[in-house]
Design a protein around this ligand. Sequence first.
Ligand code: UD1
Ligand code: UDP
Length: 363
Amino acid sequence: MMFVFGTRPEFIKLYPVIMEAQRRQHDVTIVNTGQHREMLDQLLDEMGVTVDFDLKVMTHQQSLAEILARTLGPLDEVVDRVRPDHLFVHGDTSTTLAGSLISLYRQVPLSHVEAGLRTYNKFSPFPEEMNRQITGVLADYHFTPTEVTRANLEREGKNPERIFVVGNTAIDMLKYTIKDDFRHPVLDEAGDRKLILITVHRRENISELSQIFAAINDVAIKYGDTHRLVYPIHMNPVVRQAADQYLTADAIRIIEPLGTTDFHNMLAHSYLVMTDSGGIQEEAPSLGKPVLVLRDTTERPEGVDAGTLRLVGTGRDDIVREACRLLDDEVEYRRMAAIANPYGDGTTAPQIMDVMAGLSTRS
Ligand code: UD1
Ligand code: UDP
């Protein structure tokens, strides 16, 4: 079994599957395309994972075409050398797309983990919506989180016998990371102040960063006496430059990207989350944390339906209004903070490996 990942969220959500495959003594090959560098190396170290191949493709401010072009050749060589029986990709990144294409060219059966998420808007999220749609076309097996995402795949004509509703491995991962006795200097410094956790990085939001950050700064000025805003910032230099320019309020702490254990526990200790991240929209409902989603669309309607996620867009006034509403209205806050976990019971990885066992019995 070959596992291909290249970014932080792919690793976090493939890790439980890799662990389960190794526990069952499958012959596992781990390939890191290196689309991310520091942000991923930090997590590999934290979880004690050694990769078999590192394709080292990252360049600064890389274009989408560059990532794909730099990944395809080296990944093809690795697949040709190892000749896996099965290839796993996760989600919707450039690495996911490259892995899917190589599985086609080398005719290796492809499993897509976290399949079926859709907005059906080609440019939102961009380019992820089309990465996952293309991967869906190429995949032989679709491991999909919920009935909503299964319905998307069935509507698109995927073979129902090859769609498996298994929940999301993000929940499996929380079992590895959440600790009762978590401590962190940022929490110590915040003291009694409530924590607002922020992440912003999406490509389609780059042109909106001034609006988003100005809004966050407004919130920080208004609630600074009683709240601390913590932003573990993405490594993208464009995001960093905008953050330095706009996030100037005293109550904001911009810190380096956190390890997964630190981030998940920081999430568990936060009062409110403001983010454009995909994965955090799965983790936060499971931990009962209201999320203002700084995007116009979401492929995770389960959290919106459950009431934990609210899509607020990227406009300064909209973001400030919705943040104030939640921070001022205790009843509304409590309604949103109800714990709702639409993504399974943390047994997604074993379920995936059970399916794999069934396939090899049949063949
Ligand atoms: C990528 C994924 C996105 C995912 C995100 C997770 C694509 C098209 N996008 O977006 O779906 O949500 O990862 O975080 O695949 N950089 C570093 N060090 C790192 C990582 C990034 O310096 O460890 C900088 C580099 O300058 C790099 C830039 O960030 O060029 C952007 O990285 P890239 O992978 O292209 O895009 P992300 O926004 O991270
Ligand atoms: N995350 C992390 N450290 C951080 C910020 C996020 O480990 O400083 C984790 C987070 O818990 C989630 C994943 O990274 O599992 C989300 O990654 P990101 O927001 O970069 O990508 P997306 O989910 O939007 O594709």
